[in-house]
Design a protein around this ligand. Structure first.
Ligand code: CU
Length: 487
């Protein structure tokens, strides 16, 4: 009797101690996400191995990110206004959501411009106390226009405004979202689509019709273009449809295409070279990624593009009978898809720098090279350098790695070099255990975030910087300024 009660007391005490340790570790790790004040240009800790070449330019005489603004545009100026506001939305699944919207809707209005246009977007914040920004996901805007709170600007407070200007230099499918408390604000509704149409549509991909499909999670509802219902697009047999798929959610979406063969003509807005016809394969669209599919409508049969996870959110193209639907099936791989570009611009010169980024997790945080958020040593580069990066997903789920201001050229997957079309991505989906080699050209001087686009993972620390030598910022991340880009 006495022994067992003593044992119970010991076990009880040990349990309390363990709970105490867990709570302390939790708060110690959470403090990382909400630092007081961090300069993202010079945040590397002296203990961290920063760069093979060593970066010691901490001089206050550097050039501010604010100095990098839009160059002259060959095309006309296109102006847009987006006002962020608290809005009660009545969804078509019967749910009522306390949403945050652009111009009263979520997604916000589609921004559609032509390659070469000068795009001017005025963001106003009506009443979102936390502040908002606009980040142009996939568009390599100049540093001062990248829309990252605490790095390229202060969050725009209620009653304030900020005007973004950039040149839509590369045609493709992109999207925009707030980069202040991004994991919270994207889910609250502060996102939308931006499409840059080519100035001269390239003949093989010229489609009679275009369908833009933006998927998002608003609160707890999965939506397609703001609706919880299937999207139905009429069309005649023989007609070509360009379907732009954007995953604005945090989880990977796998799409099946039934009823006709199809081509993947672009990934993350960048065209693929001589893409082949596919059937029966699933298209895995990582969080933040875009896939453009080209589908020719068959005789007297519908084509159904269906998300395997967001049931009900299918896209029905054409008319006639429903095709047989596949469940599961092989995944699309870009490793040997399409053909090499004859005049491939890739440089044969040795990379100037090499980095290895291991994405994983420890206890309550997501990590890169064992660290979280501002404790992750940044990638440091000089303008003009060629940078080789090895990315490894060591666990913690899918990690769609997104880089701001730059495009990643994928070199290999799990050690296998790409043999098909060149693949350029701004968001690289990495499944657990996968490794990739990528390269980028440092051609956009500034301070750039690089993070997992499962924004929940980013908010748990999987977010770092790519910094150009000698670039500074007057803005600060932290609770003092209220700029918390990835909370
Ligand atoms: Cu992740």
């Amino acid at each position: 009797m006495k022994i067992s009660s003593t044992r119970q007391r010991i076990i009880g005490g040990l349990l309390l101690l363990l709970i105490g340790i867990a709570i302390s570790v939790y708060f110690w790790q959470m403090r990382l996400q909400k630092p007081l004040e961090i300069d993202m240009a010079h945040h590397q800790h002296s203990s961290g191995a920063v760069s093979q070449l060593g970066m010691h330019d901490h001089s206050p005489t550097g050039v501010s990110c604010e100095k990098f603004v839009a160059k002259e545009a060959p095309g006309p100026t296109r102006k847009f206004d987006l006002t962020a506001a608290r809005t009660v939305l009545q969804l078509d699944n019967g749910e009522t959501v306390d949403a945050w919207t652009f111009n009263g809707t979520s997604p916000g209005p589609e921004i559609r411009v032509t390659e070469g246009d000068r795009v001017v977007v005025t963001l106003r914040n009506k009443d979102i106390d936390e502040g908002v920004t606009l980040h142009w996901h996939g568009i390599n805007a100049p540093c001062s226009q990248d829309g990252v709170a605490g790095v390229t600007q202060d969050a725009v407070r209620p009653g304030e405004q900020f005007t973004y200007t950039f040149v839509a230099s590369a045609p493709g499918t992109y999207w925009y979202h707030s980069h202040q408390m991004s994991s919270i604000q994207a889910k609250k509704g502060l996102l939308g689509s931006i499409v840059v149409e080519p100035r001269e549509p390239s003949a093989p991909f010229s489609a009679a019709k275009e369908v833009n499909a933006l998927f998002q999670r608003l609160d707890s509802s999965m939506l397609l273009n703001g609706s919880s219902k299937a999207l139905s697009v009429p069309g005649k047999a023989g007609e070509q449809i360009r379907l732009r798929l954007t995953n604005g959610d945090n989880e990977t979406m796998n799409f099946s295409v039934d009823g006709a063969p199809f081509q993947v003509i672009a990934m993350d807005g960048r065209d693929l070279h001589e893409p082949g016809h596919l059937s029966g394969v699933m298209i895995p669209v990582g969080a933040g990624q875009r896939y453009d599919l080209l589908i020719r409508l068959p005789e007297s049969k519908k084509v159904i593009v269906k998300s395997q996870s967001a049931t009900g959110l299918s896209i029905m193209l054409g008319s006639g009978n429903e095709p047989e639907l596949t469940e599961g099936g092989a995944m699309f791989s870009f490793v040997d898809y399409g053909t090499p570009q004859p005049d491939d611009p890739i440089s044969k010169r040795k990379p100037d720098r090499s980095y290895v980024l291991r994405l994983g997790q420890s206890l309550f945080v997501k990590t890169i090279n064992g660290h979280s958020f501002h404790e992750i040593p940044p990638i440091n580069v000089k303008e003009g350098e060629r940078v080789h990066i090895t990315l490894i997903n060591e666990g913690g789920g899918d990690h769609p790695f997104h880089i701001h201001g730059h495009t990643l050229r994928v070199i290999s997957q799990n050690g296998t070099p790409l043999t098909g079309s060149p693949v350029y991505l701004d968001t690289l989906l990495m499944k657990e255990g996968e490794s990739y080699e990528v390269e980028l050209v440092a051609d956009n001087p500034g301070l750039w975030m690089a993070h997992c686009h499962n924004l929940g993972h980013a908010s748990m620390g999987m977010t770092m910087m790519l910094n150009y030598e000698g670039i500074t910022t007057p803005y600060r991340v932290g609770t003092k300024s209220g700029n918390l880009p990835d909370l």
